[in-house]
Design a protein around this ligand. Structure first.
Ligand code: MOS
Length: 756
């Protein structure tokens, strides 16, 4: 039994109409259940051919031979695209003019820079013929030993991490703080390489018509994809029409358009026909991004009263040999705990891997499982309860910047989460609890945090002469429920019921909805929608209040309220006029307005903006077999205004499952000799299945934030992973007394004899 989410909205929210805050079911639910939601690979334009990638089986070297003749003479094969005959590009795929660009492998030469790099594309009349043709290429290589792992190369300090964060930051004197501490932790944590593993593989159906390009492809950011394609092919962005209504998950891997998607477009250009290219699961382990491994050293000092004196968080990570995305793991220590001295730093090495990319709380997930483990170790060293220790070191202002928080209901998260879990019954000492069956029981907790980001987006609102409305923005639904939440915001902003309004999304021909990433999509596109709706209502208001025959004439400073397709005088709600009448009197068939969203620079520079949460985990560990089971997971989260509590609960649950997955399951295992991933499939790359997932609860704590954006939305996409991973790891320690600092925690890690 999964209890319903608890949600209360403060009275100050009620002015925003009746749809926001409702636990509506998904608008796309029926479509998906019936198999009618059209994903990119479901499209089959007339005359379409099938393209299949051939990928490298080595991680470093060059391709010395491809049997193109054998592939081309295979029945059904139409052409083979190699560096020798690929269509020309207008831009070097290795050029990079902004940090939101990914260097791409587009057959520019015969170099191999990582395993599973595309080395040719076979185009055929059937998928089978293309697959067989690709197998006939029988590549030969000049192989060099691959550089793999965190110790395989000389390290350096990267100029920036993530998408341009400084790689080092400090406040106060960490060495002095550590020297003054009566308790010190100095521990090193390792996190593995992980892959996004969205259910839907990267796919594209591309069709050229002269210089106009029509494509179906999953993308977390349509305008950015459009811009990248325009640059590479030397055509205008308006000539590129991308349809991307639904994504079968993205998790960051579809944030930037990836090389294989561009290869599909090149293949269509080469053969002059529409082409479909879909990655096989194993081909997703290379050219479409992943989470880089990290080794993080954390030093923490605390005084006799359990107050932190210093946090020093140093993260080592990797990037590819040719690009520079570095997992910003140490940045997790910027936000959570008050300390007079904080230092974060990164070092990096280059290895023969596909370029890492943002993945499910990039930096926050890796950094917080290390930080939350270290904080737990510090609490134990101080002889304090881990929750009491965290509250003792509660950050009243953002520690790294000294800025006040725009809002922060973390104390309430701690209180309600702990109460719901029964945390007060937890013995301080590990390995004290057993269940009836003799299994070791452990309780752990972690703090969750994720920045409340805002990007740029635009929306267009229309009111038609029949009183109905339209809202348009180039967003999509990648499984999180955006389509539903945006429609709710749109309906309220237009003062209409959902049934009186159409919400259009899913193509690049609509206004740019920005990127669905950074947990900021609802905040970003939602604000644009809200502003577009507000703007079109303001135009209606102007028409009505200037029309002598309108009941709203002269409403003046009192203004109007939009509700149920009518404008009401704010100071006298008996006087109202319908949208249809207002437009009719003005002789208009429709009225429209656009709305934008962009972060407010004044608020951004004044306030630190983050969502917060507290996660409590119970695990049971078999003392003889080492098997670890998560048996309860309860989180309490404060993330500003909740647009749809049903969908938010689902998002948060997803994040919490990622967290337990991080702590106990996920790991890509590298063959160090070949540089290839040994478990590049969903059978051996472990993720939690239903049987692994315990009963979960997500409590949403009411939080009003007047600064983040007009609606007070903070975002919930990624925060769930950040507290849960550490909570599970800490629960394993509490069950067993064994502190595992290399993730995922494995059976053999907890199979050592009772340490007490
Ligand atoms: Mo997210 S990792 O910003 O899709």
């Amino acid at each position: 039994m999964v209890p319903e989410i608890s949600l209360t909205q403060s009275p100050s929210h009620s002015r925003h109409g009746s749809n926001i805050g409702q636990p509506l079911t998904r608008r796309d639910g029926i479509l998906k259940v019936k198999g009618e939601a059209r994903y990119a690979a479901d499209n089959h334009p007339p005359g379409m051919l099938y393209a299949v990638l051939a990928v490298s089986h080595i991680a470093r070297g060059r391709v010395s031979f491809l049997d193109v003749r054998a592939a081309k003479s295979h029945p059904g094969v139409v052409d083979v695209m190699t560096p020798a005959n690929k269509p020309p590009l207008a831009e070097d795929p290795d050029a990079k003019t902004n940090p939101f660009m990914f260097r791409l492998d587009l057959l520019q030469n015969d170099l191999v820079r990582y395993a599973n790099q595309p080395i040719a594309v076979v185009i055929a009349e059937t998928l089978e013929a293309a697959t067989e043709g690709a197998a006939l290429l029988s590549p030969r290589y000049e192989t060099q030993p691959p550089r793999v792992g965190l110790d395989s190369n000389e390290s350096f300090v990267p100029p920036a991490v993530g998408v341009g964060n400084p790689s080092e930051l400090r406040r106060g004197d960490v060495e002095a703080g550590l020297a003054a501490a009566s308790r010190q932790i100095d521990a090193t944590y390792e996190t593995p390489t992980q892959y996004h593993n969205a259910m839907e593989p990267h796919a594209i159906v591309a069709a050229w018509d002269g210089d106009a390009l029509s494509i179906d492809t999953p993308s977390q950011g349509l305008a950015m994809a459009q811009g990248r394609i325009a640059g590479l092919f030397g055509i205008s962005p308006e000539n590129i029409h991308i349809r991307s209504p639904f994504l079968g998950g993205g998790f960051g891997s579809k944030g930037l358009i990836a090389g294989p998607q561009i290869l599909g477009i090149m293949a269509a250009r080469l053969v002059g026909k529409p082409v479909k290219l879909v990655l096989r699961r194993e081909q997703m382990y290379g050219p479409v991004g992943h989470r880089a491994p990290t080794r993080q050293r954390i030093r923490i000092g605390a005084d006799n009263a359990g107050a932190l004196t210093a946090i020093d968080h140093h993260a080592k990570t990797v990037s590819s040999s040719f690009d520079d995305f570095f997992e910003p793991a140490a940045d997790a220590s910027h936000t959570l705990y008050a300390s007079p001295a904080i230092a974060t730093s990164h070092e990096a090495i280059r290895v023969d891997t596909g370029t890492p990319l943002f993945m499910r709380a990039p930096g926050e997930a890796t950094g917080s499982i290390a930080l939350e483990s270290a904080i737990d170790e510090a609490a134990w060293a101080c002889g304090m309860d881990p929750l009491a220790f965290r509250i003792r070191n509660y950050a009243e202002v953002e520690p790294i910047s000294g800025k006040p928080f725009s809002s922060k209901a973390l104390r309430e998260c701690y209180r309600q989460g702990a109460e719901r879990f029964g945390w007060s019954q937890r013995p301080l000492t590990p390995r004290q609890l057993r269940d009836e069956a003799g299994l070791l029981v452990g309780w752990g907790m972690g703090t969750a945090t994720f920045p409340a980001l805002m990007f740029q987006a635009e929306a267009r609102a229309v009111i038609r002469s029949d009183g109905s409305g339209v809202m348009e923005t180039g967003a999509h639904d990648m499984g999180q429920g955006a389509w539903t939440a945006f429609a709710q915001i749109a309906a309220d902003s237009l003062g209409l019921d959902l049934a009186q309004m159409e919400f259009k999304a899913g193509t690049s021909d609509l206004p740019d909805a920005g990127i669905a990433g950074g947990s900021a999509h609802t905040a970003t596109a939602g604000t644009a929608i809200h502003n577009a709706g507000t703007a079109v209502i303001a135009r209606l208001e102007e028409l009505a209040t200037n029309n002598e025959r309108s009941p709203l004439f002269g409403a003046g400073n009192a203004g109007v309220i939009a509700r149920n397709g009518r404008l009401f005088r704010r100071d006298d709600e008996t006087r109202s006029e319908s949208y249809a009448d207002i437009l009719g009197h003005a002789g208009l068939t429709q009225i429209e307005a656009r709305g934008k969203s962009t972060a407010d620079p004044a608020s951004q520079s004044t306030y630190a903006m983050h969502a917060h949460g507290a996660v409590f985990a119970e695990v049971k560990v078999d003392p003889d077999l080492g098997q670890i089971r998560v048996t309860r997971l309860i989180g309490a989260f404060a993330a500003g205004r909740i647009i749809n509590p049903r969908l938010v609960r689902s998002q948060i649950f997803g994040g919490m499952i990622w967290g337990m997955s991080f702590a106990l399951h996920e790991q890509a295992v590298m063959d160090r000799r070949s540089g290839r991933t040994l478990n590049a499939n969903l059978a051996e790359y472990h993720i939690p299945v239903n049987a692994d997932v315990p009963p979960m609860e997500a409590l949403m704590i009411d939080e009003h934030d007047p600064y983040v954006n007009a609606l007070g939305i903070k975002g919930v996409g990624e925060i769930g992973i950040t507290g849960s991973a550490g909570a599970v790891a800490n629960a394993v320690w509490h069950a067993t007394g064994i502190r595992v600092r290399r993730f995922p925690i494995r059976i053999e890690d907890v199979l050592t004899p009772d340490p007490h």
